[in-house]
Design a protein. Structure first.
Length: 304
């Protein structure tokens, strides 16, 4: 029989503490900016930006002429140096907007002793690092419903300042009801523990204009494993409600099954809209999730 233990106060994290944790983002932001810069630097070498053929003014590369193409496309000067005909390709220069929403509600302040950072800190580092790398790659990035999309090299500072000034966003666990452009992309970073019906409504609204998107589910390790035994109390960090569940060990199997069901439902909602889902545990390096997201964004643009 498993040993009985009371859920430690450090693991319960009262709702008031989490709210204060979220409100202290301003003083933590300089450290998070440095961390996001470190992550983006490790990823920069693997990113090739928008360099692929398409309409534009900048020369990209020569390639062999293909039968059936218009003869006007042949670069005769280059072709004269060889026995083959060549076409001068230009770099594709259509800039895209990539919009971010980073959940900073109370539940995101949670961090167990097994995590490297709280969920909100990891979400911020991921969002800022991704924006930094994407802008370096030639895209525009912005905060959904909060800032305009920009290609400024100061994108990290711009987004960080907007987030610390947006006090209203601390009370919301859903993105604003904005509709990006048809060819834009959205990255939503949250724990996505809200009812699936609410998540579905948000995704359907954003994708209504043809916008593609990616969900990044930030998870603390104990939210997946629920390693507790003995008498325990669950705390709702959003409402401050609590639930005495009795024997945590006996309740754990049902909890893990419910989490798995919730994740499957989230994946199905995303699949129906052609979106992607990435689950990131806070006991893993931020660079893992960032690299996967960059790969997914590149693939959705036809560049991967």
């Amino acid at each position: 029989m498993a040993a009985s233990q009371v859920l430690p106060a450090s693991e319960r994290r009262p709702g008031r503490h989490e709210t204060e944790n979220a409100l202290s983002l301003a003083e933590r932001m300089p450290r998070l900016i440095l961390e996001s810069r470190r992550v983006s630097t490790t990823l920069a070498h693997g990113l090739h930006g928008r360099r692929r053929a398409g309409p534009g003014e900048s020369f990209w590369q020569f390639r062999p002429f293909v039968t059936g193409e218009a003869a006007a496309r042949i670069d005769w000067r280059r072709s004269a140096r060889d026995d083959r005909l060549y076409v001068r390709e230009r770099e594709w220069e259509a800039v895209h907007n990539i919009w971010f929403w980073i959940d900073r509600s109370a539940s995101m302040g949670f961090a167990s002793k097994h995590a490297q950072a709280s969920k909100v800190e990891r979400a911020l580092v991921l969002g800022l690092a991704l924006a930094d790398v994407l802008v370096e790659g030639g895209e525009r990035a912005g905060l959904l419903g909060l800032t305009r999309a920009t290609a400024s090299r100061k994108i990290v500072e711009t987004m960080a300042h907007a987030l610390t000034e947006d006090h209203a966003g601390l009370d919301k666990d859903a993105p604003p009801r904005a509709i990006p452009g048809r060819f834009d992309e959205v990255v939503l970073i949250s724990d996505f523990l809200s009812p699936l019906s609410e998540v579905k409504s948000v995704i359907n609204h954003i994708s209504g204009g043809g916008t593609r998107g990616h969900l990044v589910a930030i998870v603390d390790p104990i939210e997946e494993t629920f390693p507790f035994t003995g008498q325990a109390v669950l705390q709702d960090l959003e409402s401050d409600l609590s639930l005495n569940i009795g024997d945590a060990g006996a309740w754990g199997d049902a909890y893990r099954a419910r989490i798995a069901e919730h994740r499957a439902g989230l994946a199905e909602i995303a699949r129906l809209q052609g979106w992607t889902v990435t689950t990131h545990r806070t006991d893993r390096p931020a660079s893992e999730a960032a690299l996967r997201l960059l790969t997914l964004v590149a693939a959705s643009r036809g560049g991967g």
